[in-house]
Ligand binder design. Structure first.
Ligand SMILES: Cc1cc2nc3c(=O)[nH]c(=O)nc-3n(C[C@H](O)[C@H](O)[C@H](O)COP(=O)(O)OP(=O)(O)OC[C@H]3O[C@@H](n4cnc5c(N)ncnc54)[C@H](O)[C@@H]3O)c2cc1C
Length: 420
């Protein structure tokens, strides 16, 4: 359903499909780099953007509702808003069709539709944590744990693509919550196919994460695959290992979006070049979890979107040398105590520059470290610290927010901070 359209008849039309991290970052980056040169339409099925990465915090801390209306953001950034679901693409005609049968013409198309989350196991004892709507179920589990009705909880990372951080956040925050309530005798374990815990953040970060888990009393099983086989039992392979469990917490396994009209890899993800161009198709770009890049993460989704926006901006005459996607992994691990900031250049050839710190390594210090999205999130949901743990968990930082998040729709850019 189109609404509040802004008419820019002669400009190249860019349709951005998806109103998540990559879609919003594309919109913000295009606004920063090419605002008067393109006519942007955002097509998304949901009305609000909600920062999924902070959903893990929800069972532990009551919060006011988060998020903001996508239509308002689109209008604020001079774009059109179209509420709907992309059904298929007819690229020869440069048109996308929605499930409602509407048709949107484009000169350039950005596919930012995310990955498709799949549940690995369906069982009453298994909670697949996907977002805020799972908060109440997790809260109930915590209640049962603190009251002593259950004692053994296993956090099981599925095989294949999944988001790196949520299970670690949940395991550490759960351990901290038990300690805070003097609940002893709980058995928390984390079972992961990774060779090292959060190994993709590099050696230094991973070693520290191992230490944190150990100190919190979370038993770690690396290079291991967990599978709840029957009630109260978790099989662990390889080897004939297994353990009794009361509950299993896992996260979705991510599959590609398989959009009709777009060739994809066997697992459904979209293959792009370093500037986000879909292989074999002119004028079609993809960014975020939907692409074949193997690490699925909000910060990386935003970096892919930046590469796409730069390529589009350059193609419409903006004075910019478009930079290829150069993945820098930035993650905030919530521990129930001070958060840990982790950063690693995973572009290959950079060596191991793994860093982990109690102090923010970038600013604003959001969990989603988008160049434009993090300052924008700060401006929309309050200060950056508002999306971080509250009270004693807040890490004092002395850089004023205004230094990066300025006024008049110039929201500033995410900035890496010097190591102290
Ligand atoms: C609990 C949890 C914790 C996380 N923690 C972190 C973290 O700490 N740090 C971090 O960086 N990342 C984290 N992530 C991962 C991060 O949220 C994702 O990597 C990121 O959202 C990917 O961005 P995206 O734009 O590719 O996909 P999404 O943000 O999923 O957005 C996809 C968008 O496309 C829309 N869409 C889907 N299909 C269609 C269609 N056919 N037509 C039109 N629109 C469509 C969707 O509705 C949505 O708006 C976490 C995720 C979860 C669930």
């Amino acid at each position: 359903m189109p609404s509040r359209a802004i008419h820019k008849p002669s400009l190249p039309r860019v349709v951005v499909a998806g109103g998540g991290v990559a879609g919003l970052e594309t919109l913000l980056a295009l606004h920063a780099l090419a605002r008067d040169r393109v006519d942007v339409t955002v097509l998304a099925p949901e009305l609000r953007f909600v920062n999924l990465s902070m959903a893990v915090d929800q069972p532990f801390k009551p919060k006011r509702g988060r998020g903001f209306r996508l239509e308002d953001t689109a209008v604020e950034l001079g774009a059109r808003w179209h509420h709907g679901v992309l059904d298929h693409i007819e690229h020869e005609a440069h048109r996308v069709f929605t499930r409602d049968g509407e048709e949107l013409p484009y000169d350039m198309l950005v596919l930012a539709v995310g990955a498709h989350p799949e549940r690995e196991w369906q069982s009453v004892d298994v909670l697949t944590y996907h977002g805020g709507h799972d908060g109440p179920s997790y809260e109930l589990l915590l209640h049962h744990l603190l009251e002593g009705q259950i004692s053994r909880v296993a956090f099981v990372k599925p095989a294949g693509a999944s988001w790196p951080l949520p299970l670690y956040d949940l395991a550490l925050m759960t351990a901290a919550e038990c300690a805070r309530h003097g609940r002893s005798g709980v058995e928390l374990s984390l079972i992961t196919p990774e060779e090292e815990p959060l190994g993709m953040f590099g050696a230094a970060a991973s070693a520290k994460v191992r230490e944190l888990l150990e100190a919190a009393g979370v038993t770690l099983h690396t290079s291991s695959y967990g599978a709840p086989t029957h009630r109260g039992w978790l099989e662990i392979s390889p080897g004939e290992r297994g353990m009794r469990v009361d509950r299993v917490i896992t996260e979705p396994r991510l599959a590609g979006p398989r959009l009709r009209g777009i060739a994809c890899a066997a697992d459904g993800f979209i293959q792009t070049d370093a500037h986000g161009r879909v292989i074999g198709l002119d004028d079609v770009f993809a960014a975020g979890d939907a692409t074949t890049f193997p690490v699925k993460q909000g910060g990386l989704a935003a970096q892919e979107a930046d590469a796409v926006a730069e390529a589009i901006a350059a193609s419409v005459g903006a004075e910019i040398e478009p930079q290829p996607f150069h993945p820098i992994l930035r993650g905030v691990l919530l521990t129930g105590g001070p958060a840990r900031y982790m950063r690693a250049d995973i572009s290959g050839g950079a060596g191991d520059d793994s860093t982990i710190s109690r102090e923010a390594l970038w600013w604003p210090p959001d969990k989603i470290s988008g160049r434009y999205l993090a300052p924008y999130l700060s401006s929309q949901v309050g200060e950056a610290l508002d999306v971080m743990p509250q009270g004693e968990d807040v890490i004092p930082i002395e850089i004023p927010l205004e230094s990066v998040a300025s006024s008049t729709l110039g929201f500033g850019e995410l900035t890496d901070l010097p190591l102290s």
